[in-house]
Design a protein around this ligand. Structure first.
Ligand SMILES: C[S@@+](CC[C@H](N)C(=O)[O-])C[C@H]1O[C@@H](n2cnc3c(N)ncnc32)[C@H](O)[C@@H]1O
Length: 287
C-alpha cells in the first residue's frame, strides 16, 4: 500500500478487519474511533472526507501506525496528542494519558467557582501532562496556578503544553509531594490525581496501560495504598485557605478508606462523587 493512492474506505475497511481480528482489548466502536483518529491525523483528512471516500496517499507512518496499534501501543502516544476538557494536549511516554473521568474535577470546580475572572490560587499535586493545571489556568485567566511533579520529564511535557496553550499564569516545580514545601501562600483550590493503583491490581489491567504508561504515575505499594492522600491531606492542613476546596481523584475500591485519611486530619465536609461508569471516583473536601 506504501506511497500509492487509494480510497479512504478501502483503507478503513482493511484496517478494521485486521484490528477486529487481532485487538481483543477494544470494542468495535473503540476500533472505529482509533482508525478515524489515526486517519484524520496521519492523512490530514476529516471524518466527512473519509466517509465520502476521497483518495489518499498511504505512507510509512500509516504502516507504522498499524504495527504499533497491533502491539497495543496507545494511539495518544503515537500521535502525541490527547483530548482533555475541550483542549488537545501533547503527550509522550513520560506522562499519563489524561482520562475523561479526571475532567469531573474541572466540572466540580466550575460549579463552585462560576466567575471566570476570580483571582484564585490553585495547586496541582502530580501534574503529569499539566492537563488539570492548564485547563484551570485557561478557565481562570486571573488565577495563580502552581503545579508540581516529581518527574522532570513529565514537567517538560507540562511546560510544553503550557506554551502550546499560551498560559502564563502557571509556575511549575519539580518536587516530591511527600515532602511539604514552605509556601508563603494559601491556596483556594488544591487538585490532584495522584498514583493510586495497588500493585496487586496489575493483573486486572490492560496491556496498553501496563506496558506503556509510566508506572511512577500509576502505582502505589499494596501495604501503603493511600500514601499520596496522606500527603495531600498534609498539604491541605497547611496550605488550604479558609473555605478552600480540595478535589481529588481516588481509587474506586478505597472510597471510605480515602475519606478516613482526611477525617483523621480534621476535615469533616467531604463529598464523594461517582464517575460515568458508576464508580466512586472523585472526592471534594471543603475547609
Ligand atoms: C496519575 S498521574 C496524574 C497526571 C495528571 N495530573 C492527570 O490527571 O492526567 C500522577 C502524577 O504524579 C506524579 N508523581 C508520582 N509520585 C510523585 C511524588 N512523590 N511527588 C510528586 N508527583 C508525583 C507522577 O509523575 C504523575 O505525573
Amino acid at each position: 500500500m506504501e506511497n500509492n493512492f487509494t480510497k479512504t474506505q478501502i483503507v478503513f475497511k482493511e484496517t478494521k478487519k485486521i484490528f477486529l481480528e487481532k485487538l481483543d482489548i477494544y470494542s468495535p466502536e473503540e476500533i472505529n474511533n482509533i482508525i478515524y483518529w489515526g486517519m484524520e491525523s496521519i492523512f490530514q483528512v476529516t471524518k466527512v472526507q473519509i466517509l465520502s471516500d476521497v483518495s489518499i496517499k498511504t505512507t510509512k507512518k500509516w504502516k507504522m501506525f498499524i504495527e504499533k496499534m497491533l502491539n497495543y501501543y496507545p494511539i495518544q502516544y503515537f500521535l502525541q496528542e490527547s483530548y482533555f476538557y475541550k483542549h488537545i494536549f501533547f503527550v509522550n511516554e513520560n506522562v499519563l494519558i489524561p482520562r475523561p473521568e479526571t475532567e469531573i474535577i474541572i466540572e466540580k470546580i466550575i460549579a463552585k467557582y462560576p466567575l471566570k475572572d476570580q483571582k484564585l490560587t490553585i495547586l496541582d499535586l502530580g501534574t503529569g501532562s499539566g492537563c488539570l493545571a492548564i485547563s484551570l489556568a485557561l478557565l481562570y485567566p486571573n488565577a495563580d496556578v502552581f503545579a508540581i511533579d516529581i518527574s522532570e520529564k513529565a514537567l517538560d511535557v507540562a511546560k510544553k503544553n503550557a506554551q502550546i496553550h499560551q498560559t502564563k499564569n502557571i509556575h511549575f516545580e519539580c518536587l516530591d509531594m511527600q515532602k511539604i514545601k514552605d509556601f508563603q501562600k494559601k491556596f483556594d483550590i488544591i487538585v490532584s490525581n495522584p498514583p493510586y493503583i495497588c500493585e496487586k491490581e496489575k493483573t486486572e489491567m490492560s496491556k496498553n496501560v501496563l506496558d506503556y504508561e509510566p508506572h511512577l504515575a500509576l502505582f502505589v505499594p499494596d501495604n501503603n495504598a493511600l500514601v499520596f492522600y496522606e500527603a495531600i491531606a498534609n498539604w491541605g492542613n497547611l496550605y488550604l485557605a479558609e473555605k478552600g476546596n480540595i478535589l481529588i481523584e481516588i481509587n474506586q475500591n478505597l472510597p471510605q478508606e480515602t475519606i478516613n485519611v482526611f477525617q483523621k486530619q480534621s476535615f469533616s465536609n467531604i463529598i464523594l462523587h461517582k464517575d460515568y461508569f458508576d464508580n466512586h471516583r472523585i472526592i471534594e473536601i471543603q475547609k
